[in-house]
Design a protein around this ligand. Structure first.
Ligand code: FE2
Length: 605
C-alpha cells in the first residue's frame, strides 16, 4: 500500500482495467510450467538471407562441425562464436565511411558472452557464456579505436587453467561442471557477461550472478572483483543497476548471500559508498529472478514474473549442486501472477506491494515516470511524494511463453526465433495511493500485418510503421526537455524483429510514444546483418542553444554483426531520423559476439 496515502480521503475506484484499447495484439498461447511446442518457424534462412558465414576453418576459433552446421542454417548464429582477445588498437581511417560527428566523443562499452562454448562443449544457457568487454573510442582527434577482451573472472581463469579444453571446469548458473565433484556444495559462479557500468571513477563488468568486476579502461584487462565501501552488499549485483542522473546515486539489487534466500536492494552514492541496503518483500524460501527494474524521479518499480525456484526436489538439487540451478526454475503463471513492488529511492522503503498482478513475463524496462495528482484531488504540496499519484512503468511484455523463451536461450546454437520469443512494450499505470494496477496498455499498438508484410517484401530500407514490431532492448532518451527533466520521454528506441527471414533481430525502431498510432520508424537491416542494442548519445550543444534542444537530438551508436564477412561495424545514426542516411560507419577488423548491454561514456571536455 502507498505509504503516502491520505487517511481522510475515500479510496479511489480504479479505472476500468483496460487491455487492448490500443490493440494488445494477438493473444499469447496458453502458458504452462514446462516448455510447450512453439509455433512453427522456418528451419533455415532462405533466399538472400542464406548468407554463407566465413567462419575460421582452422585455429583456436574454428568451430566444431555441429556449430558450423548450425551457422549454415541461420547466419545470425555466427555472432555467437568467439572472437578471442582483440587488443585495444586504432582503426585505420579507410575503415570509416561517412563522417564521425565532431560532438560525438567518448567510448562505447559493450558486454556480452564472448564465448558460448568451451571447445566443442556448449554452455547450457546463453547467459552462462563467459563475459567479454568491447570498447570503441571516439577520440578527441576524430580517430577511432576498438578492442575486446574476455573478462578474467575466477571461473574463466579456472577454466583456462584446467587443461581440459572440452570439459566444463566450473559450475555455472545453468551449466554443471563436467565433474560432479566440482558441483556439489558449490554455488553457481559469476560469468561477468551482461553489462558494463562506469561508477565512482571505475569501469565494471556486471552480471547478476555475482559482484562487480573492475576492468582497466585503457587495456580492458580485468582488475578483479570490487568491494564498495560502506554497508555490505548482497551476493548479487544487478546488471541493470540504475544511476540517478541528478546526483549519480546508484541503485542496485541482488540475491542475498547463501544460505539466505531473498533479494536485497542497495543504494550507493556517486563516490562508491554503500549507503543503505534493504530486503525486497518477496515470499520467503523461493528464488526469483529480478533482471531489471524501472526508475522514476522518486521510485524504483519491480515487476517480478512468476518464474521461480521453490521448495521441493528441484531446489534441493539446485542448492546442493547435484543439478542445474537455473534449469530448476519453473513457470508458475498458472497458479499465481507477477509481483509488483515499488520502493522509495530516498530510503528504500516499500511504497507498493508485494502486490499480485496478472501473470506475465519480462526481462527489461524502458523507465518509469510519475504523473502529478489530479487537480480535483489535491494533495499536500509540501510533500513531493504525495504530489505524485500515478507511476507509469514502461515494461517489455513477453509475447509467448517464458519456458519456451528459456528453452531457446538454453541452446542458442539451435534456437529458431519467431515473434513469440520477443516482446511488446507496454505501459502499466500504478496508483501509488492504494497500490492498484490501474491500467495496462501497449505503449503503441502492435504493427499491422500489412505493415509487416510490406516490410517482408523490402530487402533493405527504412520503413514507417503504424505500430511496434516485436522487440527487445528498449532504450529511452532522457525525458522532458532532454536536459534532465522528469517528464516522460517521447521516443523509445528498440531492436525489432520483422520476420523477413533473417531469423533474428533485423531492425532498429523508434517508437513515438506521444503519437501511439504512428507513424513509427524502423531501419531494416540488409540480409545477413543483425543489430545490437543501441546507445542513445545526446548531441552536445553550445550553452546558448540548450533551451532549444529537443529530445531526439542525439546519436544512436550500435554494433551490426555482418554475417557475410563475419565481422562487425560500429554504426552512427541520427536519432531523429533512424530510417534516414547513416552518419558514419566503421568496419571493425573482427566480429563482436552478440552483446547484451552497453554504456556510452562521454569524454570530458
Ligand atoms: Fe538485460
Amino acid at each position: 500500500m502507498a505509504s503516502a496515502a491520505s487517511s481522510t480521503r475515500p479510496p479511489r475506484v480504479p479505472r476500468a482495467f483496460r487491455v487492448g484499447s490500443l490493440g494488445w495484439g494477438r493473444r499469447s498461447p496458453r502458458r504452462s510450467g514446462r516448455a510447450s511446442t512453439p509455433p512453427p518457424v522456418a528451419s533455415a534462412a532462405r533466399g538472400p538471407h542464406a548468407v554463407r558465414v566465413p567462419l575460421p576453418a582452422s585455429g583456436p576459433l574454428a568451430p566444431p562441425a555441429d556449430v558450423r552446421a548450425a551457422v549454415d542454417r541461420w547466419p545470425w548464429r555466427g555472432g555467437l562464436e568467439p572472437c578471442g582477445d582483440r587488443p585495444f588498437a586504432p582503426i585505420p581511417p579507410e575503415a570509416i565511411t561517412g563522417e564521425i560527428p565532431s560532438d560525438l566523443r567518448g567510448t562505447l562499452y559493450r558486454v556480452g558472452p564472448g564465448r558460448c562454448r568451451v571447445g566443442a562443449t556448449r554452455y547450457a544457457h546463453w547467459f552462462d557464456g563467459d563475459g567479454q568487454i568491447f570498447a570503441f573510442a571516439f577520440g578527441d582527434d576524430g580517430r577511432v579505436s576498438a578492442g575486446a577482451k574476455m573478462v578474467r573472472t575466477d571461473r574463466f581463469v579456472a577454466q583456462e587453467g584446467s587443461g581440459a579444453p572440452d570439459r566444463i571446469a566450473v559450475r555455472g548458473a545453468w551449466t554443471q561442471a563436467s565433474s560432479p565433484l566440482q558441483n556439489l556444495g558449490r554455488f553457481p559462479t559469476n560469468p561477468g557477461n551482461t553489462a558494463p557500468m562506469a561508477h565512482a571513477g571505475k569501469l565494471f563488468a556486471l552480471c547478476e550472478g555475482g559482484g562487480p568486476i573492475e576492468i582497466d579502461r585503457e587495456t580492458l584487462d580485468t582488475i578483479g572483483p570490487h568491494a564498495f565501501e560502506g554497508e555490505k552488499l548482497p551476493m548479487g549485483f544487478s546488471a541493470h543497476a540504475k544511476k540517478d542522473p541528478r546526483d549519480g546515486t546508484l541503485y542496485t539489487w541482488g540475491l542475498a548471500a547463501p544460505p539466505a534466500i531473498g533479494v536485497v536492494a542497495a543504494k550507493i552514492d556517486a563516490r562508491g559508498t554503500v549507503l543503505k541496503t534493504a530486503p525486497l518483500p518477496l515470499p520467503p524460501f523461493a528464488f526469483t529472478l529480478i533482471h531489471d527494474c524501472a526508475m522514476s524521479e522518486n521510485y524504483l518499480a519491480f515487476i517480478v514474473p512468476p518464474w521461480t525456484l521453490e521448495p521441493g526436489a528441484g531446489m534441493v538439487g539446485a542448492l546442493s549442486g547435484a543439478a542445474s540451478f537455473g534449469h530448476a526454475f519453473e513457470w508458475r503463471g498458472d497458479e499465481r501472477g507477477a509481483t509488483l513492488i515499488v520502493l522509495r529511492k530516498s530510503d528504500l522503503g516499500v511504497v507498493v506491494g508485494p502486490h499480485e498482478i496478472h501473470a506475465m513475463s519480462t526481462y527489461h524496462f524502458a523507465g518509469a515516470h510519475e504523473d502529478p495528482s489530479d487537480p480535483e484531488d489535491p494533495s499536500d504540496p509540501s510533500d513531493p511524494l504525495d504530489a505524485k499519484k500515478t507511476l507509469k512503468i514502461w515494461v517489455n511484455v513477453l509475447i509467448g511463453s517464458r519456458p519456451n523463451l528459456e528453452a531457446r536461450f538454453a541452446n542458442m546454437y539451435d534456437a529458431e526465433w519467431a515473434p513469440d520469443g520477443y516482446n511488446l512494450l507496454a505501459e502499466y499505470a500504478v496508483n501509488l495511493e492504494d497500490g492498484t494496477l490501474e491500467s495496462r496498455d501497449l505503449l503503441v499498438p502492435r504493427a499491422s500485418d500489412a505493415d509487416v508484410e510490406a516490410a517482408a517484401a523490402t530487402a533493405t530500407s527504412a520503413f514507417a510503421f503504424d505500430g511496434q514490431l516485436p522487440m527487445e532492448f528498449p532504450v529511452a532518451a532522457a525525458g522532458g526537455d532532454a536536459s534532465g527533466g522528469s517528464g516522460p520521454p517521447r521516443f523509445v528506441y528498440t531492436l525489432g524483429f520483422s520476420g523477413r527471414g533473417g531469423g533474428y533481430f533485423d531492425a532498429v525502431q523508434r517508437l513515438d510514444v506521444s503519437n501511439p498510432r504512428g507513424p513509427h520508424h524502423a531501419r531494416l537491416m540488409p540480409p545477413g546483418v543483425f543489430p545490437s542494442e543501441v546507445a542513445f548519445v545526446p548531441k552536445r550543444r553550445k550553452d546558448e542553444e540548450k533551451a532549444e534542444k529537443r529530445e531526439e537530438e542525439g546519436y544512436l551508436v550500435y554494433l551490426e554483426y555482418d554475417a557475410s564477412r563475419h565481422a562487425s561495424d560500429v554504426v552512427v545514426l541520427d536519432a531523429g531520423d533512424v530510417a534516414g542516411a547513416e552518419i558514419a560507419r566503421v568496419a571493425l577488423p573482427f566480429h563482436v559476439p552478440h552483446t547484451f548491454h552497453g554504456e556510452f561514456e562521454p569524454s570530458e571536455r
